[in-house]
Ligand binder design. Structure first.
Ligand code: NAD
Length: 500
């Protein structure tokens, strides 16, 4: 079937979808042990899409048992790398084949524009699985430098059972960044998608089975963080805990690891990324466009959103006018409408949170230069205008806290040293941007920024070939690239005595 082209085509496809609403444990869809469910609501129009299994402690026990059994059985964990590679390549092909459907599930579930779901989320998910499958049989061990009377082998072994807890802003892609390397290294996985976006992970489970990954190696538990999530984090038989989500929850999960079995715990958390524009930026129109897209893309619900725009004072007013112009063109529309620049925020709670921050910005004295209101391109949905605050001071709440919505804080600066000081004055350290035609300054500032990714003269570059993750309270560990394998393997040293 060819990709739908119009909103009516996508709607027709949506009307014909059969949603998977039950947990996936040990190769089968099952109800929660106690039969409980929760409503899955679309933020497009507030419609209830289905009643999802609400997993709790008993389901976690079942899934972890299945994962452990499959791990010990060895059909996956001890399979030759080339076999795992072929299966993951088959899975990549299946995701590609079902990309329209998976993209549609993302849009219905969390409100992002369908074009973004299809061309960004799904494209990147396919690339993630494909790249990882291709890489997995090129991971070598080491031979330690020794004298002739001994041999020191350094080998990687899978952790065992990995619990992956992921957010709703890129539901399938954030899961893929964990699943692909975890499975590639031979682990068994229990995935808990966000309660706000469980649909694509549950559909993926079928594709995983169809690709030939043995029963029990991949399990999906829909449910709430404090129930299924925390039970996984505290479980004594989970060896690795990988998380993407807020810093507050990441900190709690590190505690859970310490309170239980000291499981390996890697957190990818929030951000408040500075985008620094110097007066000598090579192309101010391009920089203004990127500043707008950097904050309004995905309704601002991006961990690397360019949420703090630092502009050199001499060009500030002119530059802000250009950003406002670019932002004005990005009004939310029906997410199934091809070409919609913004869609719906994920739910009512998030919408209220964003509106509260906007009110706070005004109350603290920042100058509203664009937007600021809830609108209703679709009745009953969760939509907020692209919003720009000018004359924000570094101590204002909207320049310190992660809003995770379409709200930009513009902060002027006078020189390079001040720009760096303001940029680094945050508990976060996920990403940052620098716009300048001065090569030496670009390198100097990039070095001075305490962030895991720095972009020079563009925003949000990246690929599977490079690691992604945060400094400071934006997290530990790295997703993507060969570095990701470190999170899913133990490193063993084996010493062999060669002396007679
Ligand atoms: P969240 O922390 O509220 O939830 C993330 C996941 O954790 C969900 O599955 C949730 O159910 C679960 N959870 C919540 N409380 C839990 C608990 N007590 N125990 C166990 N699990 C629990 O985050 P969110 O609102 O889903 O996502 C937005 C956040 O994710 C933002 O802060 C954003 O910056 C961050 N994020 C970071 C990255 C990155 O790579 N660094 C990428 C995307 C999103």
């Amino acid at each position: 079937m060819s990709t739908p082209r119009t909103r009516a085509d996508w709607q027709a496809m949506a009307d014909g979808l059969q949603l998977r609403t039950r947990a996936f444990i040990d190769g089968q869809y099952v109800d929660a042990a106690d039969g409980r469910t929760f409503a899955c609501t679309s933020p497009i129009d507030g419609r209830v899409l289905g009643q999802m299994a609400r997993c709790g402690q008993a389901d976690v026990e079942r899934a972890v048992r299945a994962a452990r059994r499959s791990f010990e059985a060895g059909h996956w964990s001890r399979a030759k790398p080339v076999k795992r590679k072929k299966v993951l390549q088959r899975l990549t092909a299946l995701i590609e084949q079902h990309a329209d459907e998976l993209a549609l599930l993302e849009t219905l579930d969390m409100g992002k524009p369908i074009d973004d779901a299809r061309n960004v989320d799904l494209a990147a998910t396919i690339r993630c699985f494909g790249w990882t499958a291709e890489a997995l049989d090129k991971v070598y061990g080491e031979v330690a430098p020794t004298g002739e009377d001994e041999l020191g082998l350094v080998t990687r072994e899978p952790l065992g059972v990995v619990a992956a807890i992921v957010p709703w802003n890129f539901p399938l892609l954030m899961a893929a960044w964990k699943l692909a390397p975890a499975l590639a290294m031979g682990n068994s996985v229990v995935l808990k998608p966000s309660e706000k976006s469980p649909l694509s992970a549950l559909r993926l489970a079928e594709l995983v089975a169809e690709a030939g990954i043995p029963e029990g190696v991949f399990n999906v538990l829909p449910g709430y963080g404090q129930e299924a999530g925390e039970a996984l984090a505290l479980h004594m038989d989970v060896d690795g805990l990988v998380f993407t989500g807020s810093t507050a929850v990441g900190k709690r999960l590190l505690q859970c690891a310490g309170l239980s079995n000291m499981k390996r715990a890697y957190m990818e958390c929030g951000g408040k990324s500075p985008n620094i524009v110097f007066a000598d930026a090579p192309d101010l129109d391009k920089a203004a466009e990127a500043a707008a897209v950097g904050i309004f893309y995905n309704q601002g619900e991006v961990c690397t959103a360019a949420s703090r725009l630092l502009v050199e004072r001499s060009i500030k007013d002119e530059f802000v006018a250009r950003v406002v112009e670019a932002g004005r063109k990005m009004q939310p529309r029906h997410p199934l409408e091809p070409g919609a620049p913004m869609g719906a925020l994920v739910d009512e709670t998030q919408t209220r949170r964003v509106l509260d921050y906007i009110a706070r910005g005004q109350a603290e004295g920042a100058k509203l230069a664009l937007g600021g209101k809830r609108i209703a391109p679709v009745e009953g949905g969760c939509y907020v205008e692209p919003t720009v605050f000018d004359e924000v001071r570094p101590e204002h709440t909207i320049s310190r806290e992660e809003i995770f919505g379409p709200v930009l804080a513009v902060i002027p600066f006078d020189d390079e040293a001040q720009a760096l000081e303001i940029a680094n004055d945050t508990e976060y350290g996920l990403a940052a941007g620098v716009w300048t035609a001065n090569l030496a300054r670009a390198h100097r500032v990039a070095r001075g920024l305490r962030a895991g990714s720095v972009w020079v003269n563009y925003w949000d570059g990246g690929d599977m070939t490079a690691p992604f993750g945060g400094y400071k309270q934006s997290g530990n560990g790295r997703d993507k690239s060969l570095h990701a394998f470190d999170k899913y393997t133990e490193i063993k040293a084996t010493w062999i005595n060669l002396a007679d």
